[in-house]
Write a protein of this length. Structure first.
Length: 221
């Protein structure tokens, strides 16, 4: 991603859109809904609305640049936020949207891993993402983040099938349920944090440049 104002704003929107599902997982781990039910209800919908707006910005930018990788992420984040805002009475619609978000995030992970493959021209340090919007990061960090998205999203999506099949044959005790439900939550967290790491570098790059400039011009080092 080039260091332009538009690109940095898109990166910021993508980071916010990725942060929202990760925050939802942390809130679940902290049992915020049980501790402060009223505050959680208002806060959850507020966070989802922010995520929806951020994902919409990323979607528009992805369509503008014809970036299919970025679009897959944008739609995953958008669908997730919309699902979070669906009223409880319309839970079948919310369930379908959450599943769609898992599928889209997995597609994003696949496309991202394919895009981050090292060049086969002999230069193993050059990624095929160097000049793409979704390839905000580059090098080993980008490849690790891409695989985090793919593996996390894959486990999160697989749980959609595993859960009804597993519980159809076996109803585990409460302690086991806690552990089992932590698996898809952790996968969701890892996948969206991986996405966050993909898009964060354009926001951190000016800070790094400023720190390097201060270091280079400092009288005492």
């Amino acid at each position: 991603m080039h260091d332009t104002t538009r690109d940095r704003l898109t990166a910021l929107a993508a980071v916010v859109a990725a942060l929202v599902p990760a925050i939802a997982v942390v809130a679940s781990w902290l049992q915020v809904a049980l501790t402060w039910p009223d505050q959680y209800s208002i806060g959850f919908r507020t966070v989802m609305a922010v995520g929806l707006a951020a994902a919409a910005v990323v979607t528009i930018e992805a369509l503008r640049n014809h970036d299919h990788v970025l679009l897959a992420f944008a739609l995953a984040a958008l669908t997730y936020s919309v699902a979070g805002l669906v009223p409880g009475a319309a839970w079948p619609l919310g369930t379908v949207l959450f599943i769609a978000a898992r599928v889209l995030l997995f597609v994003f992970g696949v496309l991202l891993v394919l895009r981050t493959r090292p060049s086969t021209t002999g230069d193993t340090t050059t990624d095929t993402t160097a000049d793409t919007t979704a390839g905000a990061a580059s090098g080993p960090l980008h490849r690790v983040a891409a695989w985090a998205v793919l593996v996390g999203a894959g486990i999160w999506l697989a749980w959609t099938v595993v859960e009804p099949v597993l519980f159809g044959f076996w109803m585990p005790p409460q302690d086991a349920l806690t552990v089992l439900f932590a698996i898809p939550q952790t996968a969701q967290f890892v996948a969206f944090v991986g996405a966050l790491l993909v898009f964060a570098p354009p926001l951190l790059r000016p800070v790094g440049h400023g720190a390097r400039r201060l270091w280079e011009t400092a009288d005492v080092r």
